[in-house]
Design a protein around this ligand. Sequence first.
Ligand SMILES: C[S@@+](CC[C@H](N)C(=O)[O-])C[C@H]1O[C@@H](n2cnc3c(N)ncnc32)[C@H](O)[C@@H]1O
Length: 311
Amino acid sequence: MELNDPRSYHREELQTLGWELTVCNALSMPESPCLRVLKKKTSYGSLLLDFISNSGITPRHILEIGGGYGFLARDFLKDNPHLQVTLWDISPSLLKKQKDTLRGFQACVLEKDILDADPTTLAHFDLIIMNEMIGDLPTLTDLELTGNQAPNDGATTFFWEEAKRVISAYNLEIPSHPFNFNIGAILALETVLSSRVENIFISEHSCEATVPEEMKGLIFVSAPNHPEPILLKGHREFTIKFSHLEAVAQSFSYHIKRGPLADFIPLDMSDRLKVCLRASVPRTGEEEAIRQFVSDLYQYEYLLLTKGHGS
Ligand SMILES: C[S@@+](CC[C@H](N)C(=O)[O-])C[C@H]1O[C@@H](n2cnc3c(N)ncnc32)[C@H](O)[C@@H]1O
């Protein structure tokens, strides 16, 4: 067993998200070819705020944890300048970019690690967003629950003890051994749920993605059901087992909406797009970007958690 903890990379090395092209960033440039394949050609933040509003949520005090370049927060504020938005991040260079992106808007940008947060400091927000960031939190790799695996360093021991606690507390199913366990994502969610905040939105690369029947043959996703590593510049992140997050949210009696990002970023499935998706290989760089983006809309899942009545 090992601890994969990319936080030192984010704190000390990261200068740019570079080729780690998030769905939010893919829709951030008006000239992006990805915008052309959407029913509503607008930014990720705008599509997400519409989805949240259409789900009956009217947020006022929003916390975005791990805001990257700050585009999502900027697009929320463009659509609704009355929102009060706070961003937490651990990367000094991304915090600087967030401040630049949000210049002229009412937003507060702070250096803070979600894994060090006290839930009481979250209670006054009415929406907390963790968009494509929980895969960057610590993962225990090759975890075995049987035998003597006691780690010999402090940080790994802490996460190992916490893994045993949450697996038992939330009755989490471990489908195979050894297993890569998203302990950081579960602890971050537990902290946010403990604050009893009204609404939580999470999205990330799922290891349990599905494609609707009518799209099979056009869109391919990977769904091994256990978290897998993704090699990125200077660090590794892990895909997320969303059923574990659901189990934790259920114990806190939150109402759960789960699905692929395509639920709120609907595709305009034109003949041209079908031809692009059916081709055995992409014919241009632009087609390659579109194919990757379309598959990400199903490979990435979201959870929209709302506080249950009486909880
Ligand atoms: C892959 S980027 C996603 C950025 C943005 N949300 C998006 O969708 O484009 C992950 C973000 O999470 C931040 N991050 C990583 N670990 C964190 C932690 N423990 N607490 C707060 N932010 C963190 C990173 O610095 C980065 O801004």
